[in-house]
Design a protein around this ligand. Structure first.
Ligand SMILES: [Zn+2]
Ligand SMILES: [Zn+2]
Length: 254
């Protein structure tokens, strides 16, 4: 059986994508991938404000029967409606794919897969987000640490749905929808520039020892979920704390 208490569950954050060669002349016609190949957090303001994009389209891919719970995607949409200015609306599209058979996956392999299957890229008025629910494991997983998700570009993230399922829906584990929701919201918030990753900190709350995460262990942006999972089972879902909310607001969000 699963030994949750021995696992350290890591929300991996990966800096990837090229930020140096940002091309302002990149055509945003809905088919050119260039505007969507930038570094994680670099499009935070584009998500939070309506200055450049009034609408958002989310393309969700899942492998085989690993479709996320409908409530998870509803929670994602509600979170976005509460934090982002997108008067033109937020649309979610779901697409099933067959297994790439590549487990364990490196971020390079995930990015290659993205380039094969993604169809939505930024257009003039609409920002595009890619979300992948993949089978198998992440390449750095060990017997005692599992990565549940990674935000690896300005508009791209991956969730390791097999691992999420392994750690949910038993009497000693959180509800699957709750765990899916916390992982997808956590990765989204990296894309929204947390912490100190494109949405400038209004007060110092960076957990410098653990990358771009929040120092408050009750916050959604804490670097591991062990304490968060206990919270989820006792007092409900972890949310963004006041410091993280202030950063989003200061960068154009609600
Ligand atoms: Zn993280
Ligand atoms: Zn926080």
């Amino acid at each position: 059986m699963k030994k949750l208490q021995l696992l350290s569950i890591i929300f991996l954050f990966v800096i990837w994508g090229c930020s140096n060669e940002e091309s302002n002349s990149a055509v945003e016609d809905g088919t050119n991938p260039a505007p969507n190949l930038k570094a994680t957090g670099s499009s935070a303001n584009d998500f939070l404000s309506a200055d450049k994009y009034s609408s958002l389209v989310i393309e969700v891919f899942y492998v085989g029967d690993l479709q996320p719970n409908a409530q998870t995607l509803q929670n994602l949409k509600q979170f976005m409606q509460a934090r982002l200015h997108k008067p033109g609306g937020i649309t979610i599209e779901q697409k099933q794919i067959s297994s790439p058979q590549g487990t364990p996956y490196t971020i390079n392999e995930i990015a290659d897969l993205e380039s094969e299957i993604r169809t939505r890229y930024n257009s003039e008025d609409t920002l595009a987000l890619f979300v992948l629910f993949v089978d198998g494991n992440f390449s750095s997983d060990t017997n005692t640490t599992l990565t549940l998700g990674a935000a690896y570009r300005n508009t791209s993230c991956v969730l390791f749905e097999n691992s999420i399922r392994t750690l949910s829906n038993s009497p000693t584990e959180p509800n699957r929808t709750d765990l899916e929701t916390i992982v997808i919201l956590h990765e989204l918030c990296h894309i929204l520039g947390l912490v100190d990753l494109g949405s400038p900190m209004q007060t110092d709350h960076l957990d410098a020892a653990h990358g771009k995460h929040c120092s408050n262990q009750n916050c959604l942006m804490y670097y591991e979920t062990e304490s968060n999972i206990q919270n989820m089972m006792q007092s409900g879902m972890p949310a963004l704390d006041a410091d993280c909310l202030a950063d989003l607001k200061a960068n154009g969000g609600r």
